[in-house]
Design a protein around this ligand. Structure first.
Ligand code: FES
Length: 495
């Protein structure tokens, strides 16, 4: 292990978010060296880091709990013996290199002692220099941070055994591959927008080039890479796992325009009433065809009687197989069908994705989310994505909701309890100027934040006008106006 760690590894080792570390970097508390931070800086800021206090053991337990025979669910197994052996081999190589260097340095010290003894004739000077050298060597071994440093190195090595880190170029995005899961699954879970199609080795869309590191094929694939491609290091991200830390050259979608239109036959997985007229609908997509979308987008759902509506996706792309929607009963064909006839496992056609209500990419500025009524649905997707990519400095959610409704409040509270950088304010009687006053009281620099506002046109337009008085740049304010298929009743109530 070197003295430098990537930001992702540093965040895992210390148990804080990447956003928190980035904030400390911006404040000059940690220096970075080509995107990496020093072990000594981490120990200075987080002196109590230890293996016992880390979440690593819990993480191993979680991976173990998820582990099932690989032919039943290959998503989150422990590393296979082959992968584990390769990782141990890589760690042994790194250890051998460090031991070699330590031996060479020890040899240099011994030579220095001989040189000092032979070239300094005056005994007092000679002994003073030799004494100084011995004292310095002893001091290095007894540095107060030596034990903490040893523990941090042990923890990092342990982490490298259970998860490999992947850096994608040219974007610089980073994520971890746990166990022997396919690289593509880990990338999607981390919120990356890597290209893919079939997810099972048939289309070649997930082709990526390994710049450094070692991969392991976890499934056979029908798509054939040419000899030239293999020679250049190309592999299929859906069919390979990372054995060691990787640098990958891979294409990613930069905007909603880069995503293809998709039509996927899926099934209703769950229908769960949240209130008298609000239903949580979960739609399960086939394992071989997940939906590529960006958090905050919508799809059109077509039920088996041809009733159809556009609905914002309320879940994160990190779980592209199960989509969540909140649907109001509005006496239209679509919601009538869901309330009166729909059953679990009914077929549903998913078409899309649509819309560009998505996070502003590459900005760590605080994000302010303002949801009016059912506008919480696309905002929930944005927040879950922001949490999974862990690169937004702070998240502030303001939600107008009738006091009589309790849905998703526990989700908001749970996030607030779990995250240092998430704040939630429930508003039941605020007006647009009241919202702005609240934001100005909560944020030291409201003009520097990015704003995401969603709901029905009636309540959100006055808020939009008030936010525009902050003289925000165009891409600092994103607005999603819900169509009539997604719950204007609650939105009207919160006006
Ligand atoms: S996504 Fe189709 S081959 Fe990997």
């Amino acid at each position: 292990m070197t003295d430098l760690l990537s930001l992702s590894r540093a965040a895992r080792l210390t148990g804080v978010s990447r956003g928190t570390l980035q904030k400390r970097i911006r404040h000059g508390e940690i220096e970075t060296f080509e995107g990496q931070v020093r072990v000594s800086d981490l120990l200075r800021l987080y002196p109590s880091v230890s293996l016992e206090h880390s979440g690593l053991l819990k993480q191993v337990e979680r991976i173990k709990a998820n582990a099932v025979p690989r032919d039943r669910d290959p998503d989150h197994p422990l590393p296979s013996p082959e992968v584990l052996l390769s990782r141990l081999h890589a760690l042994s190589d790194a250890l051998a290199e460090q031991v070699n260097r330590a031996n060479a340095l020890q040899g240099l010290l011994d030579q220095l002692r001989v040189q000092l003894t032979q070239t300094i004739p005056e005994r007092a000077t000679r002994e003073r220099l030799l004494g100084w050298l011995d004292a310095e060597c002893a001091a290095i071994a007894e540095q107060p941070e030596a034990e903490a440093r040893r523990q941090l190195l042990a923890k990092d090595n342990f982490l490298r055994l259970i998860a490999a880190s992947v850096k994608v170029i040219p974007s610089g995005h980073e994520f971890f591959v746990e166990g022997s899961e396919p690289i593509l699954n880990a990338a999607v879970r981390a919120g990356l927008r890597m290209n893919y199609g079939c997810s099972n080795g048939q289309c070649g869309a997930c082709k990526a080039r390994v710049i450094s590191g070692e991969v392991w094929k976890v499934r056979d694939h029908d798509y054939v890479l040419s000899a030239r491609e293999r020679q250049m290091g190309y592999m299929l991200a859906c069919s390979n796992t990372a054995v060691t830390d990787l640098v990958l050259e891979a294409a990613e979608a930069h905007s909603t325009a880069d995503l293809p239109h998709q039509e996927i036959r899926a099934r209703i997985r769950k229908l769960e009433r949240q209130t008298d007229d609000l239903m949580l609908v979960q739609v399960q997509l086939p394992r071989t065809q997940t939906l590529r979308f960006i958090a905050g987008q919508s799809v059109r759902l077509r039920l088996n009687n041809a009733a159809e509506a556009e609905c914002p996706i309320a879940s994160c792309p990190c779980n592209g197989r199960t989509l969540h929607f909140y649907v109001r009963h509005r006496q239209d064909a679509f919601s009538d069908t869901l309330w009166q006839h729909a059953q679990i496992r009914d077929a549903v056609l998913v078409k899309g994705p649509y819309g560009d209500f998505v996070l502003r990419e590459g900005h760590a500025a605080p994000a302010v989310f303002i949801a009016c009524g059912d506008g919480i649905a696309p905002i929930k997707s944005l927040i879950e994505h922001a949490v999974s990519i862990d690169s937004v400095a702070s998240l502030h959610l303001y939600w107008y909701k009738p006091a009589s409704e309790d849905w998703l409040t526990s989700w908001c509270r749970a996030l607030q309890d779990a995250l240092d950088n998430f704040a939630f304010t429930l508003l039941t009687d605020a007006d647009p100027t009241g919202v702005l006053a609240r934001i100005q009281a909560d944020l030291p620099e409201p003009r520097a934040a990015c704003y995401y506002l969603a709901g029905m046109a009636g309540p959100i337009r006055p808020i939009e006008q008030v936010l525009r008085t902050l003289e925000l740049e165009d891409d600092q304010l994103k607005v999603a106006e819900l169509s009539s298929g997604s719950g204007d009743a609650a939105a009207d109530e919160c006006r």
